[in-house]
Design a protein around this ligand. Structure first.
Ligand code: AMP
Ligand code: TRP
Length: 334
């Protein structure tokens, strides 16, 4: 069976873009593959982070995964630092194979180191070796496929390069993974600026539907979404970016086609259309929010799920690490 691995950083609450662009796919992949999903908290400390919120965000992200349909019985769901000894040790071994030059060339390293320098912060070694830790995540679980956003393309390529180099030097230990990108349609745009992706770092919260926003807030955000000065509901990414984004969101939320939606709402005015889009989002998120509320009410349950997830993750990754150490010629401990 195909093995899938993916991870997300606990940097804030999830939004509709994360849901339609990533989570829906993660949940679907459980049907056909052996999946492992990880809250990558060790990655989250590479930019200045707030120790007071790290733990809450970590468990919060795991809760949102489960609420969205990641099933801990059918998948392995775990927190990276709970298996941190394995991931960090693997990273050290890969550090001996990765080149400083290739790490310095990573687009994310360039971007983030500029950001850090701009804030008078330090460009940490962790920022440079971030992709090596990500390589460990993926290769420790023998992943064949890694579903990620386009921005992660280089990180999956370097994982293949590092794994391939290791295999070449020390023998075949690692499976070389392939990136899986969501369809173009799964790109959700900011409601206030539909030329930009909806994102956690987006300027205003008004442009972003958070998965845990209450229904009134969602309806209000959609009502005030930016559209054009026309009247007709039509699909045109160029001239009607705002309306087109809402059409795509509604199609994803209802399972109906864009053509059907255009037929139904073309002449009814933007107000009626936006109300329907808002309702569709509220309905799509209703079960997710209900499951989330149950999890919040029972914090012991999430702890238990994550402890079991860490055990399952360790049972796969610790033997892989041992194979790598054996291949590299370390003296066995016993
Ligand atoms: P990020 O929070 O940007 O690290 O993204 C986590 C996951 O959500 C990645 O797989 C992204 O590709 C996906 N994602 C984030 N924002 C969007 C968006 N606006 N539309 C579609 N997918 C998104
Ligand atoms: N770097 C990824 C991101 O920012 C998160 C990540 C860490 C990841 N380890 C991973 C994604 C392994 C896929 C597989 O989105």
């Amino acid at each position: 069976m195909t093995r899938v691995f993916s991870g997300m950083q606990p940097t804030g609450d999830l939004h509709l873009g994360n849901h339609l662009g990533a989570l829906v796919n993660w949940v679907r992949m459980q049907e056909t593959a052996d999946v492992t999903y990880c809250v990558v908290d060790l990655h989250a400390i590479t930019m200045a982070h707030d120790p007071a919120v790290l733990a809450d965000r970590t468990v919060g992200l795991a809760m949102q995964f489960v609420a969205a349909g990641v099933d801990p019985d059918r998948s392995t769901l775990f927190v990276q630092s709970h298996v941190g000894d394995v991931h960090a040790q693997m990273t050290w071994l890969f550090d001996a194979v990765a080149g400083v030059g290739e790490l310095q060339k990573m687009p994310q390293f360039r971007e983030k180191s500029e950001q850090a320098a701009g804030r008078n912060g330090q460009v940490t070694a962790g920022l440079l070796t971030y992709p090596v830790l990500q390589t460990s995540d993926i290769l420790l679980y023998d992943a064949d496929e890694v579903p990620v956003g386009e921005d992660q393309r280089h990180h999956i390529e370097i994982a293949r390069d590092i794994g391939g180099r290791f295999n070449h030097r020390f023998g075949e230990v690692f499976v070389l993974p392939k990136a899986i990108f969501p369809e173009a349609a799964a790109r959700v745009m900011d409601l206030q600026d539909p030329t930009r992706k909806m994102s956690t770092s987006g300027e205003s919260d008004k442009g972003r539907i958070n998965l845990l926003d209450d229904p009134d807030r969602i309806l209000k955000k959609v009502r005030s979404a930016q559209t054009d000065s026309g009247r007709e509901v039509a699909y045109d990414r160029g001239d009607k970016a705002g309306v087109s984004n809402l059409l795509e969101i509604m199609a994803a939320a209802t399972g109906r086609t864009i053509d059907e939606l255009v037929d139904e709402y073309a002449d009814g005015g933007y107000g009626t259309f936006k109300a329907a889009v808002g309702e569709a989002i509220v309905e799509m998120l209703r079960p997710l929010q209900a499951r989330h509320a149950e999890l919040v009410d029972d914090p012991g349950e999430m702890k238990r799920l994550l402890a079991a997830g860490a055990d399952k993750a360790r049972a796969v990754s610790a033997p892989t690490l041992q194979r790598a150490k054996d291949a590299m010629g370390f003296l066995p401990a016993a």
